[in-house]
Design a protein around this ligand. Structure first.
Ligand code: NI
Ligand code: MN
Length: 226
C-alpha cells in the first residue's frame, strides 16, 4: 500500500491493483501538489459533503470513469450528475476488488452549498480501508469521540487524523485520539490550508511521541509505503 499526500485531507492510495483518491480537493487548495486533471484513479472515496473534500470529485470521477464511494446521499447526488457511484453508510463494509472499505462514525456536519441553498449530504464518515494486508483509517473531519477505540480494534497500520482545530479536532484532542486508536503510525491532515486551521505538525508529532505514538508529518507530494 502506497499513500501520497496532496495537502488538506487529500491522499492518493495505490493498493490491491487499484488507484484510489480520498477527499480530492485540489483546484481551490493552496497546498495541492497536483492538478485535478492530472489525477489517474479507479475509485474516489469521500468522507463527507463539504467542498474542501468533494471539490474535484465529479470532474475526476468523470474523466477517469472512476467509481465514487461515499455515504448514500453523496453517492446519489454525484450519481445524478453522471458519475459511477457506490453508496454506503456508517457501520457498513463492502468488499471491492482492491479490498474492503468500511465507513465509520465521524462527528461533524455534511452539506454542499452551506451558505446559500444547502444540500443535505448525509452524515459525515471516516473511511477504513483493508487492503494488501494493511489497515488504513482516514478519519475525515471529526471531533474526538470515545468510539474511536472500536475503530482501532483489530489494529491500524496508519491513521490519518485532522489536527487543524476550529472545524475539527485540534492537536491536543488528536493525541487523545491516538490513545484510543493505537495505530502503528499516524499522519496529520486538515491543517495549514487557511489561517483558521494553522498548526505546527512537528509540535503535534512531538506531543504524540511523549505519549508513545509515532507520527510522521507529510508535505504535499510525500509518499509513505506500508
Ligand atoms: Ni468538513
Ligand atoms: Mn473539511
Amino acid at each position: 500500500m502506497k499513500i501520497t499526500y496532496h495537502g488538506h485531507s487529500c491522499f492518493s492510495v495505490e493498493t490491491g491493483g487499484s488507484r484510489l483518491i480520498i477527499d480530492p480537493f485540489l483546484t481551490s487548495n493552496p497546498l495541492a501538489n497536483l492538478r485535478a486533471s492530472e489525477v489517474k484513479c479507479d475509485y474516489v472515496l469521500l468522507s463527507h459533503g463539504h467542498e474542501d473534500h468533494t471539490g474535484d470529485a465529479l470532474d475526476i470521477a468523470r474523466a477517469n470513469q472512476a467509481t465514487i464511494i461515499a455515504n448514500y446521499e453523496i453517492a446519489e447526488y454525484f450519481g445524478a450528475k453522471g458519475a459511477k457511484t457506490h453508496g454506503m453508510n456508517p457501520g457498513g463494509a463492502f468488499k471491492f476488488p482492491f479490498g474492503r472499505v468500511k465507513l465509520t462514525l465521524a462527528h461533524h456536519t455534511s452539506s454542499l452549498n452551506a451558505g446559500l441553498d444547502p444540500i443535505y449530504m448525509g452524515v459525515p464518515c471516516g473511511i477504513l480501508i483493508e487492503s494488501d494486508g494493511k489497515r488504513l483509517y482516514h478519519a475525515g473531519d471529526t471531533a474526538l469521540f470515545l468510539d474511536m477505540q472500536l475503530i482501532g480494534k483489530g489494529g491500524l497500520d496508519l491513521a490519518l487524523l485532522p489536527i487543524g482545530d476550529n472545524f475539527t479536532m485540534g492537536p491536543e484532542d488528536a493525541v487523545d485520539a491516538l490513545d484510543l486508536l493505537k495505530p502503528k503510525l499516524a499522519a496529520p491532515m486538515h491543517y495549514n490550508t487557511w489561517p483558521p486551521i494553522a498548526q505546527d505538525p512537528e509540535a503535534f508529532a512531538a506531543a504524540a511521541a511523549k505519549r508513545g505514538h509515532r507520527v510522521q508529518a507529510l508535505r504535499p507530494g510525500d509518499t509513505l509505503a506500508l
